[in-house]
Design a protein around this ligand. Structure first.
Ligand code: ADP
Ligand code: MG
Length: 237
């Protein structure tokens, strides 16, 4: 459903960061992108989500050409982008943060209410803390809040850049469990993760980027055996 074809992109004139990257994200699956720091993972998701233009190649989502589609239209297309940086508004309450996810239909209070209840059903921990300031949640809870806020638009595709960076393993597990639960409900996920083991464990298909190029890819089971050799280079052991 999401197709990236030979994408070349970069930030500074004449310096390319992505040198012809291709991938496919299949409906109802979790596709993981792994690769060493600086390999272009975040750059790739910025291109997919319309934050950075392509210099060559294209991105398609179903029948829609995403290349050249501005970032604010992504929500209408059902694409939710969760960037690597924290995006919870620390001084707003949990509920205010969630409601902001429904900004595009903010005048439809019935819909806001309906979606908010749905989100609270899925994440009771947020319902319990709805009046707590976002900044007072733990790191893991803030990530869950970001997911909850993204779900307000009923997306069909979640693009999630490094959701568990800086989280303790037990907290990270909650985030991974959430992604697996969403997949079971039919959600499609593109996950960028520095945690190679987890990315391969929950990914149906895994892509490896290195220096802005595809290095390898495969279905999880075919892939798991090669994993050790692959990450050995990155860890320089
Ligand atoms: P990753 O997410 O895999 O760690 P990035 O996509 O963030 O990698 O970075 C890839 C390369 O692009 C790096 O060399 C980085 O320095 C460069 N880069 C990232 N963001 C910017 C930016 N906003 N402006 C200029 N260069 C950038
Ligand atoms: Mg990154």
């Amino acid at each position: 459903m999401l197709v990236v074809e030979n994408v070349v992109a970069g930030y500074v004139e004449e310096v390319n960061i992505l040198h012809g990257v291709s991938l496919e994200v299949r409906q109802g699956q979790i596709s993981s992108i792994i690769g060493p720091n600086g390999s272009g993972k975040s750059t790739l998701v910025r291109v997919i989500c319309g934050m950075l233009p392509t210099r060559e190649g294209e991105v398609r989502y179903d029948a829609t050409r995403l290349t050249g589609t501005p970032a604010h239209r992504m929500a209408e297309l059902g694409i939710a982008y969760l960037p690597q940086e924290r995006t919870v508004f620390p001084h707003l309450t949990v509920e205010q943060n969630i409601d902001l996810g429904g900004w595009t239909f903010r005048r439809d209070s019935a819909r806001i209410g309906r979606m908010r209840r749905k989100v609270y059903d899925q994440f009771p921990i947020l319902a319990d803390r709805k009046n707590v300031k976002g900044g007072d949640l733990s790191g893991g809870q803030q990530k869950i809040l970001e997911v909850a806020r993204a779900l307000m638009i009923e997306p069909s595709l979640l693009v999630f850049d490094e959701p568990t960076v800086g989280l303790a393993p037990i907290v990270a597990k909650e985030v991974y469990d959430t992604l697996e639960r969403l997949r079971a409900e039919g959600m499609t996920v593109l996950l960028v993760d520095q945690n190679v083991r987890e990315a391969v464990r929950i990914g149906d298909h895994v892509y490896v980027l290195e220096l802005g190029r595809n290095k390898a890819d495969g279905a999880r089971d075919a892939f798991a055996g090669d994993l050790h050799a692959l990450i050995k280079d990155w860890l320089q052991i």
